[in-house]
Design a protein around this ligand. Structure first.
Ligand SMILES: [Fe+2]
Ligand SMILES: [Fe+2]
Length: 245
């Protein structure tokens, strides 16, 4: 058995145990599975399809907060917390600290590809426009050094993507646009504090940023996902990633 077949077999066994049928969204398997071909689905054996909470995931509160998403749906947040701490230590404004704390949330809980755009879209209804803007453009700015601002092209990128990697034209265009924008430095500061070479001994907890988030993130009373904002549906999808519809 290949490892993909093994994973599929394990998943099949798991779906047998569930009393609802779970069908994966195309984007979960696109590439591993040819997206133009029908999705293989577990035999339903008369079972109903999952339309609510996935029993394999921790249950979320009825009115979830941003931190609930960090606790129950996002991957480890050390990178974000450490970036925010670094910004704080350098005397950056609370807006910049918040931007650093949230800049990669799409990677933590949704989709990696174009993560700056997704992160910004998730946050836009709840934060200052400058914070969302700077998060959107940090993705492009990461590829372009600005020595005067203290930002060099990351060695990590050369390692991950190869020394000859050049981003797509739309990223060059986004960089040109952001470079001349009045909020450029806010976005640039995300990249300056966006470091991966951390001291593994340093632990930063999300709760350290409770006050900053409380002051600068407009938590909706109905809970994220239930407030009819332009991004509420994305929060719901993160909460219920396996619903049939
Ligand atoms: Fe990023
Ligand atoms: Fe980052």
């Amino acid at each position: 058995m290949t490892s993909l077949q093994r994973a599929e077999a394990a998943e099949h066994a798991l779906s047998q145990e569930l009393d609802r049928v779970v069908v994966k969204s195309v984007i979960y398997t696109s590439g591993e599975h040819d997206p133009t071909k029908p999705m293989p689905r577990p035999p339903d054996q008369g079972k109903r399809y999952l339309m609510s909470d996935d029993p394999r995931l921790p249950k979320m509160p009825d009115k979830p907060t941003l931190f609930d998403f960090f606790r129950y749906r996002f991957g480890p947040s050390a990178h974000l917390c450490q970036s925010a701490r670094l910004a704080q230590k350098s005397g950056a404004s609370e807006k910049v600290v918040l931007a650093c704390l949230l800049h990669d949330i799409a990677i933590l809980g949704f989709i990696r590809s174009d993560h700056g755009y997704w992160s910004a879209q998730l946050l836009e209804p709840y934060v200052d426009p400058e914070v969302a803007w700077s998060i959107r453009y940090h993705q492009a700015l990461r590829f372009f050094p600005d020595e005067a601002a203290g930002y060099r092209y990351p060695e990590l990128y050369a390692k991950l993507f190869g020394p000859d990697y050049t981003p797509e034209p739309y990223i060059h265009e986004a960089h040109r646009y952001a470079r001349n924008h009045k909020w450029y430095m806010t976005s640039r500061l995300i990249t300056v504090n966006d470091l991966y070479a951390f001291d593994p001994g340093v632990k930063v907890e999300l709760e350290e940023f409770t006050d900053v988030v409380g002051r600068h993130f407009r938590q909706p009373a109905q809970g994220l996902g239930f407030d009819s904002s332009p991004s509420a549906h994305i929060w719901r999808t993160i909460m219920w990633p396996t619903r049939y519809l």
